[in-house]
Design a protein around this ligand. Structure first.
Ligand code: 3EB
Length: 328
């Protein structure tokens, strides 16, 4: 079996039975895909059309599909991809938790229930998007409330909140429900950390009451295959943001971080096959006017590696750019 990501400016028109799921990137109308589809409503930059279609294809056992507690999912053998979009007022706040916290906790609790029921417990990669990420929610930034809800769900499902956690990204978008897409498997992912950075799950409390639940990267193993997912990566060294206001310096620091993660992945996987110019990238810039500068810098350092650019809010206000990557 092989898992492959295809990116095109029109909807995937091949055999639907081979589709595990996907994402629609950009500001177009949302089509009815017939498979789990995450709508990432952020403006595409430097692209010919208004949207891009990312589609995960499998080449193997027939795909099974279902809906569970608002999760739209498809499964092929040892792999499962799902999407949950949850309105933030879907569930009530309580004395201890805001509605966003409850929604974040519920989204992950539902994911974990589905994975347990499917006998495929290992979360490999999560893509998190929420509106107004820096907004105030009962005295705390909304991203921090999201972290509290996500962390509680891991804990309540008796999952590790340190060490064995998925690769992830978490970005702010203009509007819409809390949206989480995820890829899971029957075998655990191998988490990778970055020696230049404090692990996010060990961030000190100045960044919020509960640390984010993600690893810097994950090596994952569909049958007969090894994939590398590098989490959203920014200009953070140790636990501090660097180069306030300087998008070029932030981009270089971010790529230095990705290079360090790649070196770690090569050490762990022992095949030593990952290189900066052999990855494919998704780049989020906070300000659209920084796009050209970031693109030319990426081209210098990563050659013509396939790269998608989006305007989105990175989860610390001072961060101007975040870059995630994968390699198959
Ligand atoms: C950072 O390194 C930048 O909360 O899931 C990157 C990737 C970031 C994932 C998450 C946050 C997340 O802390 C922000």
């Amino acid at each position: 079996m092989a898992l492959d990501l295809v990116i095109a400016d029109s909807p995937f028109a091949g055999e639907a039975a081979k589709v595990l799921g996907g994402a629609l990137l950009g500001m177009g109308p949302v089509p009815r895909a017939g498979w789990p589809l995450q709508h990432l409503g952020a403006t595409l930059l430097g692209s010919d059309g208004p949207v891009l279609h990312e589609t995960w294809l499998v080449d193997g056992a027939p795909v099974a599909a279902g809906h569970s507690e608002g999760i739209d999912w498809r499964r092929c053998g040892d792999l499962l991809y799902g999407v949950i979009e949850l309105a933030e007022d879907a569930l009530p706040a309580n004395a201890d938790e805001t509605a966003l916290q409850v929604a974040s906790k519920a989204a992950y609790a539902r994911i974990f229930r589905l994975l347990d029921a499917q006998g495929l417990p290992h979360l490999w990669r999560a893509w998190n998007y929420l509106a107004d990420i820096h907004g105030d929610d009962a005295g705390l930034e909304r991203y921090r409330r999201f972290n509290m809800g996500r962390g509680s769900a891991f804990e309540q499902a008796s999952r590790s909140v340190v060490g064995r956690v998925p690769a992830a990204c978490a970005l702010g978008v203009a509007q819409g429900p809390l949206s989480v897409a995820f890829l899971a498997g029957t075998v655990p992912a191998v988490p990778i950390e970055n020696p230049r950075q404090v692990s996010a799950y060990l961030y000190p409390r100045e960044y919020g009451p509960r640390s984010p639940t993600f690893s810097r990267a994950a090596l994952v193993y569909p049958p007969g295959q090894e994939l590398l997912f590098i989490s959203g990566t920014a200009s953070i060294v140790g636990h501090r943001s660097l180069h306030d206001g300087d998008v070029q310096a932030q981009s270089h620091e971010t790529l230095d971080n990705i290079a360090a993660v790649v070196a770690e992945a090569n050490r762990v996987s022992r095949l030593g096959r990952f290189t900066l110019d052999g990855l494919s990238y998704r780049v989020y810039v906070r300000h659209a006017e920084h796009f050209e500068a970031v693109r030319s810098l990426l081209r210098q350092r990563c050659g013509d590696a396939p790269t998608v650019y989006l305007q989105a809010d990175v989860c610390r206000v001072e961060l101007l750019v975040e870059i995630e990557a994968m390699a198959g």
